[in-house]
Design a protein around this ligand. Structure first.
Ligand SMILES: [Zn+2]
Length: 208
């Protein structure tokens, strides 16, 4: 029911490009080209021991698309970003940077903010990529919103607060929307590895 209401809402809302906000298509031709750029390896300060790849910098169109993706019920852009993620994963597989057919593990979100956004956008993007998804990571509700915290505060905020709801078999790739210090990816990878999960890499939509 909620889904139907959301889809009707999308039909009624005036549409602007999710990448540059110009009126018209969901994503204009120029932003589609920008999003199709190959992913690059990045080296966050507090990153995990596995390689981290970002689809683009925290600049438009990636930045605006990530913000649009988090908007409540912006379902169409999440589906599109899923297709962008799928092609980035194919590129990394072809280069041998990640193993073929890895299970995607969405980075943890605070349950409260996921509900306010009409479901966890990162999990929905992973599902829209058509890859197998194991949403096994969760954040303890005591963890504060990471934005506005510095590197040391982010590490302290996450210490012992990422929970694992099951260990997926096979190799996995952790997926998040933005990597800043790398603290979330590091905490996510650490708890997976400590439960015997084979983490091959992390992939984010953009790198700040
Ligand atoms: Zn655009």
């Amino acid at each position: 029911m909620g889904n139907v209401v959301a889809q009707v809402g999308e039909l009624l809302l005036p549409r602007a490009c999710a990448g540059c906000r110009r009126p018209g298509a969901l994503l204009c031709a120029s932003c589609r080209v920008g999003l199709a750029a190959p992913p690059q390896r990045v080296f966050p300060n507090s990153g995990p021991h596995v390689p981290v790849f970002a689809l683009g910098p925290y600049a438009d169109p990636h930045r605006s698309v990530v913000l649009a993706m988090k908007e409540r019920n912006h379902l169409a852009v999440r589906r599109y970003v899923g297709a962008v993620l799928a092609s980035a994963l194919e590129y990394l597989e072809a280069r041998g940077d990640i193993p073929s057919g890895a299970v995607l593990v969405p980075a943890p979100t605070r349950a409260r903010s996921a509900r306010a956004r009409g479901g966890d956008p990162v999990e929905q993007v992973c599902r829209a990529s058509g890859r197998p998804v194991a949403p096994v990571l969760a954040l303890d509700p005591r963890a504060a919103d990471q934005s506005g915290l510095d590197e040391a505060a982010r590490r302290a905020n996450l210490a012992g607060r990422v929970r694992l709801a099951g260990a997926p078999s096979g190799r996995v790739v952790v997926v998040d929307d933005v990597v800043t210090t790398g603290a979330t990816l590091q905490a996510s990878t650490a708890i997976l590895v400590s439960h015997g999960v084979d983490v091959a890499a992390c992939v984010t939509l953009c790198a700040a």
